[in-house]
Every structure is written in structure tokens, then in C-alpha cells.
Design a protein around this ligand. Structure first.
Ligand SMILES: Nc1nc2c(ncn2[C@@H]2O[C@H](COP(=O)(O)OP(=O)(O)OP(=O)(O)O)[C@@H](O)[C@H]2O)c(=O)[nH]1
Ligand SMILES: [Mg+2]
Length: 402
């Protein structure tokens, strides 16, 4: 059902709105991210349309005038795909499709599509397929009918591609089948996890593209796939790592993103079990990203959804090599100093004041501060380990011997 196709970059436009709770700067940040998502899915963004409105138009999301503008542009420039930053209702989707006669995709659909492209194992594929069907189910009525379904490309991978699936019953049956299939796999996975014994389990978590897999590769000397696209990792990789004689398990898992489709959180439940069952979380942050604080918030929100807020957590600020800050010239007396002007030391101070030595600053790619990182993780893992294996306490000294 899920196909992986190599496609040429599709010409795409983005649409977002400025509202009471989303000012222009925020919208631009969201659209930057949406553009990165589009690029990851195989699209090339040629234009952005934005509109100020109190609430989205219930029929067409944006207003009529704006829609005319978009329509003219789409026709003139032969745009194949239009991506909306927010989730569209089934009715909005249908109406907009009718007007623009192009493929209409929302953020959720885009993320699902990337997951579908990237799912490598049958396990990940089953999870994505389930999420796609759940997304599709309420959108079945009359959807896609006037579109060439065979066109393929972004948003066209996965369910919805064949005509029979326009039958809700078939989709529902498929959903329960996939759920059963996942349950069986879940049980196997749980057994596998059980077989790993009482070793301390550490999980790398964080926003997508922050460097979790890169860090995993450095620490576990493994070769997990890492690249500068979103959602490079979908399956969980677990490696046994030894620091100063002390063995523990380190897992690398799927990255989080704002507005992560709830269907995905649900479907990826067992992938996320790795996080849920971990003894220690390493929350990796890309400090070189201008919105890294928002990222932290989104990750914490998702951790909350899977009941992980109480877990011991170390914040690992990565990519310090790429950190940049704005400066204010000495003669400039009007510019107000904000967080964008913080030096790295100021960030260190800020976080140290908040959480003490639970904040680390590293560069995974240049192995910067990796020794400090290893020491800190060792200490934490050791503390958990000795509660589990009190009799071999003496094996692991307080300080790592270099
Ligand atoms: N400058 C810099 N880039 C880094 C560093 N660590 C990782 N990167 C780059 O960041 C990008 C993403 O790295 P990944 O390790 O794939 O990130 P991830 O968190 O596993 O991403 P997902 O699996 O997509 O969630 C890659 O291009 C890495 O080379 C670092 O310390 N400094
Ligand atoms: Mg990764």
C-alpha cells in the first residue's frame, strides 16, 4: 500500500494566516518549518501566501479575495501542490480543491507523507499506514474525485491512492486489521525489551533534526542514518554502550515536531514505548536553531502526552559550534537586548540556574564536550544501576577513570 517513489521536485506554494494568537513573526517561523517539511517531502516552494484574519474562513480557510489571488498564481505558474500550515477540515479541503484544481495538502498530511516515504521496516510502515487511514477516514466523502489520483508525488503516497478505499467500511476494516497487526508486533517488542534484562535504559529524545542520531553514533560508535532533513529516523535503534566499564542501553528514536499529528503519536505508541520505559531521558536540543526554546516546549508537550514528564532528564544542548547571536553596536542605543543577543555563556548560565548540572552543551559533530557528556551520563546511569545491582556497587567508582 505504501509506495516509495523517487520524484522530481514539485512546484509548491505555501499558505498561512496571521491570527490573534499567531503574529507575523510566528507565522514566518512556522512557514520556514513548513518549507523544510515540503523540501523533505520532495517539493520546491516557489511562493508563500499569507493573510491576516481573526478566524479562518470555515469554507475556504483563507478569504475569497486571497483565494482568487492564489488561483491566478497557481494557474499562471502551473503549481501542482498547495500546502496549508494548519489542518483543514474535510469541507475546507474539498472546497479548496474544487477552486484551485491542484493537490491540497495540510501540515498533518505532509508529515504523514514524509513518514510514509521514510518508513523502512514493516513495523514502521504499518504504524504510518494506520495513521494515514485514521487521517483519511473522516475525509472520505467525495474526496479526491476530481483529481487525477495517479499523479503521485507529495501527499499521494499511501491510502487514498486506489478507488476502493473511498469506502469507509473498507477503511475501518483496514484500521482494525492494522491495529491487530500492531498489537502482535507490540507483544513481540515488549518481550524483546523484557529480554534485555535489568540494564539501565537511556533514550535520546528531541525535536527532529537536532542531532540525536549523530550523538548516538558518536557515543555508541554506531552508524545510524543521519542527515539534514526532517525525520531521518523513524525506527528505534538500541545500542549497548559502555562508559567506564558500565554497560547500559541507549536508544535513538523518532524526532518530534510541533503540531505532530495525533494519529502519529497514537500509531507510534510502541516506538514511543522505548521512551516511556527508559530510566533516563537525554533531551537533545539544537541550540543553533532560532526557535530552540519553542522546540523544547513542543517536545515537553509530547512527553506529557506519553506520561514522561517525571522522568529524570538531562538537557543536551547540541550544535554549539553553529550557535550565532545578534550583536548591538555600541552607538546603537535604541535596539533592546533580547534572547537573540545572548552569548553561549549566557545561555549556559541561564540553564545552569534553572537545572544545574542537568544542562550540557556539546557539539556532536565535532565531538566538542563529549567527555563531559560521557561523565555526566555515567554518573546518572551509575546512580540508577547501583540501586538495581547493589552488590556490584564497588565495580563502578564515583568518578570515571580516564
Ligand atoms: N553544526 C552541527 N551540525 C550537527 C551537529 N550534530 C548534528 N548535526 C547535523 O544536524 C543534522 C541532523 O542530524 P541527525 O543526527 O540526523 O538529527 P536527528 O535528531 O537524528 O534527526 P531526526 O532523526 O530527523 O529526528 C545533520 O545534518 C547533522 O550533520 C553539531 O553538533 N553541529
Ligand atoms: Mg535521527
Amino acid at each position: 500500500m505504501l509506495e516509495r517513489k523517487e520524484i522530481a521536485y514539485e512546484k509548491t506554494v505555501l499558505i498561512g494566516i496571521v491570527t490573534k494568537n499567531q503574529d507575523e513573526d510566528k507565522l514566518n517561523e512556522f512557514l520556514d518549518e513548513l518549507e523544510f517539511l515540503t523540501y523533505t517531502a520532495g517539493g520546491e516552494v516557489v511562493k508563500r501566501f499569507t493573510q491576516k484574519m481573526d478566524i479562518p474562513n470555515s469554507k475556504t480557510f483563507i478569504g475569497t479575495g486571497k483565494m482568487d489571488e492564489v488561483k491566478a498564481y497557481v494557474e499562471e505558474n502551473e503549481i501542482g501542490t498547495v500546502v496549508f500550515d494548519d489542518e483543514l477540515t474535510p469541507a475546507q479541503l474539498r472546497n479548496i480543491e474544487r477552486i484551485l484544481k491542484a493537490k491540497i495538502i495540510d501540515r498533518t498530511n505532509l508529515i504523514l507523507d514524509i513518514f510514509a516515504q521514510r518508513a523502512q521496516t514493516s513495523y514502521a510502515r504499518t504504524q504510518v499506514e494506520l495513521a494515514q487511514y485514521q487521517y483519511l477516514l473522516p475525509r472520505l466523502t467525495g474526496l479526491w474525485t476530481h483529481l487525477e489520483r495517479q499523479r503521485g508525488g507529495i501527499g499521494m503516497r499511501g491510502p487514498g491512492e486506489t478507488e476502493i478505499e473511498t469506502d469507509r467500511r473498507i477503511v475501518r476494516d483496514r484500521i482494525s486489521l492494522l491495529k491487530k497487526k500492531l498489537q502482535t508486533i507490540d507483544k513481540q517488542m515488549a518481550t524483546q525489551r523484557g529480554n534485555r534484562g535489568k540494564l539501565v535504559r537511556v533514550a535520546l529524545v528531541g525535536y527532529t533534526n537536532v542531532g540525536k542520531s549523530t550523538l548516538m553514533n558518536v557515543v555508541a560508535k554506531s552508524e545510524v542514518f543521519a542527515e539534514n532533513k526532517l525525520f531521518a529516523t523513524l525506527d528505534t535503534t538500541v545500542r549497548k554502550v559502555v562508559i567506564g566499564n558500565l554497560p547500559f542501553l541507549l536508544s535513538d528514536t523518532v524526532g518530534f515536531i510541533r503540531k505532530l499529528p495525533t494519529q502519529l503519536v497514537e500509531s507510534f505508541k510502541s516506538t514511543l514505548d522505548e521512551v516511556r520505559e527508559a530510566d533516563l531521558l537525554l533531551h537533545v536540543v539544537d541550540i543553533s536553531h532560532p526557535q530552540f526554546e519553542d522546540h523544547i516546549e513542543s517536545v515537553n508537550k509530547i512527553l506529557g502526552e506519553i506520561d514522561c514528564t517525571e522522568k529524570p532528564t538531562i538537557m543536551v544542548f547540541n550544535k554549539i559550534d553553529a550557535y550565532e547571536y545578534e550583536t548591538i553596536a555600541s552607538y546603537d542605543l535604541t535596539t533592546e537586548r533580547t534572547k537573540a543577543h545572548y552569548t553561549l555563556d549566557e545561555w549556559k548560565q541561564t540553564w545552569m540556574n534553572k537545572i544545574g548540572d542537568n544542562a550540557l552543551f556539546i557539539s556532536a559533530i565535532h565531538k566538542g564536550n563529549i567527555d563531559e557528556f560521557r561523565k555526566r551520563v555515567y554518573k546518572e546511569v551509575r546512580d540508577i544501576h547501583v540501586t538495581r545491582f547493589p552488590y556490584n556497587n564497588f565495580l563502578y567508582p564515583e568518578i570515571v577513570e580516564e
